[in-house]
Design a protein around this ligand. Structure first.
Ligand code: GMT
Length: 378
C-alpha cells in the first residue's frame, strides 16, 4: 500500500508512535510518505520506501498567524496526486483531521477517492480538543474520517463522552519494538549515572504540566532517604526550569540528572530500575511501555489508560494523582529487595511483549485493507 502519515514531528508520544508505525510499515514493504513541518525526530536513517515531505508555510506581513492548516492540506493534495497514495493516516486530531478532510474534498472533485484514518492520541481529545475554541471543528472532522482509532479504551470512552461522535472508534493500543528496546544495558552509562551501584529511577516526558514532573522529584526525595538512589530526568519542556529550581531547593543537585531531549531512548531505558509517570492524565503512556520493554517496572498515577498496561503488584503500582506518599511507598516496595525488583522487571518485560510491534501493526494494516475495500465497493 502507499500510505501517507501526518503527525507532529516532535518528541511527543503521538509523533513518536506515528513515526514508529511508518517505519514498521515500510519494513513490511509498504511505501510510506510522512507529511509534516519538520523531519520527525525518530525518523533517522535511510530506507528506499520511506519519504518525508516538509510542509512549508510561507510568511507574509498580513499573517499574524501563519495558515499552517491550509499549507498542510495543500501539501497533502500535492503528495497524494504525485505519489498516488492509497490512503491518509493522520495522528492527533488537531489540525490534522480537518486538513485531511479539506484535502479529501479537493481530490474528490478530481474523481480521486482517498480514505482518511484518524488516530486520536490523548490531549487532542481530553485537553485541547474539547476546548470550545476547537470542539466544533474537531467533532466534525473526526466524524468525517473514514475510520477512527483511539490508543486506549479509556480514550475511546473519553471521546464519546466529550464529543458527539456518530461512528465506531476502534481501539488500537500503542506498541513497542521489544527487540530494539530490550538491549543489554550499557555498563559505562549506568556507572556515570550511579557510580556506587545506586538504584536508578527515571522519568521521560515533554515536561508539560499534565506530566506532574514535580511529583517525580518529591517521590524520588522520599525514596532516596531510605535507599541509595539517583534520578534521571529525560526530555524538556515548559516545566523544566521549575523542576531544576525544585531540585536545588531540595538540595538534590548531585542526585538528579537532567539530560534533556534524547534520541536513543532504547539505550537509556535499559539502565532504569524504575520508571515514574505520575501524570494528571495519560491516554496510554507510551513512555511507560517503552520503559517496560527496557525492563523497568512503573510507578504511576491511575489516570486515563494507565490501568490498561499497569497491573498493581505485577509490573508496577498505581496511585491516585498527586499521592506522592503512596507512590514513594510503592517505589520502595519494588526497589528495596533484589529478588522482588527482578520479579517486577520480568513482569514488565512480559507486559511489553503483549504490546509488541508484531502484534499491533497488523491491526493497522487490517484497518487500511478494510477502508480500501469499502472505498472500492460500489
Ligand atoms: O505525552 C504527551 O504529552 C504527548 C502526547 C501527544 O499527543 O503527542 O502523547 C499522547 O499520545 C501518546 C501516544 O499515543 C500516549 O501514549 C500518551 O499517553 C498521550 N499523552 C497524554 O494523554 C497526556
Amino acid at each position: 500500500m502507499k500510505i501517507g502519515i501526518v503527525c507532529y514531528p516532535t518528541f511527543g508520544g503521538s509523533g513518536v508512535l506515528a513515526t514508529e508505525l511508518g517505519k514498521a510499515l515500510a519494513d513490511k514493504g509498504h511505501i510510506v510518505h510522512f507529511i509534516t513541518y519538520q523531519q520527525p525526530v525518530r525518523l533517522t536513517g535511510f530506507q528506499t520506501n520511506l519519504f518525508f515531505h516538509e510542509v512549508r508555510v510561507p510568511t507574509y506581513p498580513l499573517f499574524d498567524y501563519p495558515p499552517y492548516e491550509t499549507a498542510l492540506a495543500s501539501t497533502m493534495v500535492d503528495v497524494i496526486r504525485n505519489h498516488h497514495l492509497d490512503l491518509l493516516h493522520v495522528h492527533y486530531a488537531i489540525p490534522h483531521a480537518a486538513a485531511a478532510y479539506m484535502a479529501k474534498k479537493i481530490l474528490e472533485q478530481e474523481g480521486r477517492h482517498i480514505p482518511v484514518i484518524t488516530t486520536l492520541h490523548g490531549t487532542d481529545i481530553t485537553l485541547v480538543g474539547k476546548d470550545k475554541t476547537y470542539a466544533p471543528v474537531v467533532t466534525f472532522s473526526i466524524n468525517q474520517s473514514d475510520a477512527i482509532t483511539a490508543v486506549s479504551q479509556n480514550l475511546k470512552e473519553e471521546t464519546y463522552l466529550n464529543f458527539d461522535i456518530q461512528k465506531d472508534i476502534e481501539v488500537i493500543h500503542n506498541f513497542v519494538d521489544v527487540e530494539r528496546f530490550s538491549k543489554k544495558p550499557i555498563d559505562a552509562f549506568r556507572k556515570v549515572i550511579a557510580p556506587n551501584g545506586e538504584r536508578i529511577l527515571m522519568h521521560a516526558s515533554n515536561f508539560r504540566k499534565i506530566k506532574r514532573v514535580a511529583d517525580v522529584i518529591y517521590v524520588f526525595n522520599k525514596v532516596r532517604k531510605q535507599i541509595p538512589a539517583k534520578l534521571l530526568l529525560v526530555g524538556d519542556g515548559p516545566e523544566r526550569n521549575m523542576c531544576e529550581q525544585l531540585t536545588r531547593e531540595l538540595g538534590l543537585d548531585d542526585e538528579i540528572r537532567f539530560v534533556g531531549k534524547q534520541q536513543d531512548m532504547e539505550e537509556i531505558y535499559t539502565i532504569a530500575d524504575l520508571f515514574l509517570l505520575p501524570s494528571e492524565y495519560e491516554s496510554f503512556g507510551l513512555a511507560a511501555l517503552e520503559a517496560m520493554a527496557g525492563g523497568a517496572p512503573v510507578v504511576s498515577s491511575n489516570s486515563g489508560g494507565l490501568p490498561e498496561i499497569i497491573t498493581d503488584g505485577d509490573n508496577g503500582f498505581m496511585s491516585d494523582v498527586g499521592d506522592v506518599d503512596s507512590m514513594s511507598r510503592n517505589a520502595l516496595a519494588i526497589l528495596m529487595d533484589d529478588v522482588i525488583l527482578n520479579q517486577f522487571k520480568k513482569h514488565a518485560r512480559n507486559t511489553a511483549n503483549r504490546f509488541d510491534i508484531q502484534n499491533i501493526v497488523p491491526k493497522y494494516e487490517a484497518l487500511y485493507e478494510r477502508c480500501l475495500t469499502e472505498w472500492k465497493a460500489p
